[in-house]
Design a protein. Sequence first.
Length: 359
Amino acid sequence: MAGLTIRNLTKHFGGFTALQNVSIEVKPKEFLAVLGPSGCGKTTLLRMIAGFETVSNGEIEIDGKVVSNTQRSVPPNERRIGIVFQNYALWPHMTVAENIGYSLRVNKVGAADLKRRVDEALALVNLTGMEDRAPANLSGGQRQRVALARCLVAEPALVLFDEPLANLDVHLRASMEDEFAAFHRRTGTTIVYITHDQSEAMALADRIAVMDNGHLMQLDTPEAIYHRPANEMVASFISQGMVIPVTILRPEQDGRCQAEVMGQPITLTCSAGEMPRAGAVACFRAEQVRIAGEGESGFDGQIQRVVYQGGAARIEFVPDVAPDQTIHFEQPDPQPFAAGDRARLCFAGGWLIPAPGRT
Ligand SMILES: Nc1ncnc2c1ncn2[C@@H]1O[C@H](COP(=O)(O)OP(=O)(O)OP(=O)(O)O)[C@@H](O)[C@H]1O
């Protein structure tokens, strides 16, 4: 399986810059998710990797060969890339096997070889026995698997997924997530998976590239992105992290620093070399918020909303000292709170977000 190198990639559409200086290295067999809000440039990036868009600057290398730079662009069909789209794009008048074997027939692959490769692809996506069905007689998840088999049969160096689960219902998404993960474990295919759904990215990817406004914000493992976001965008975009001003009291020691948040002392995890500085902010996760014990110090405030989620509720709380800030946390049943109640909370940890330009 091939690797993919994206170097200083920029894309202008007229006066609009959709991608700005993006560099990403995808290792062979890696599963990389590209995650970001609508309009951040995910599809543009995918289209450039596939060769549907030229580059304004920078270059793309697949398996060590340059396929796009400002001078040249290898056509999509010569890039050995498979693409799985969200709308499957299956031929309705062909059977499952005919759909899967289409590209081989076009390339005049012999009948015996074609059947063997189609059978192998069917087995890879757990569709053996369904070769004679029409796409109309398949479930959404099965159609998506046919689309995957159709792309695998061509033995691509790299498979691009463009929001492949966006059209499926919640239950089917979960089971397809399992299938994609199992498929990746079985085949070791190098995958670039575009999504705006962070739980999908977290569940599937070895690493996640978080994008915003055409810029790469962070490229790291799901755990690092969650626990050590590089900036405020990543902190708040991933799992609605709470970004709150803090005062750093002492320089970093052993990956931690003493700080103050909303008038309360706190120990934050942080990157090496952090020093007291102006404008510091930290990211707090819902599980790092708790109700202060009897007589324990904390910050007082009012419960704004209680949203029941089955087994637990999401509680939204506004602190008296920071009325513009909403703190949210999960409270397991039975629910002690209602909107309007007073409470005292404290934080049990947090991550000091590195100063801008220093990640
Ligand atoms: N051909 C084009 N001409 C002009 N602007 C474009 C073109 N294609 C994309 N854009 C703009 O580039 C930006 C990035 O678009 P892109 O489709 O890559 O975003 P995205 O992250 O995939 O969004 P979504 O999740 O909504 O599909 C958007 O502001 C979009 O309007």
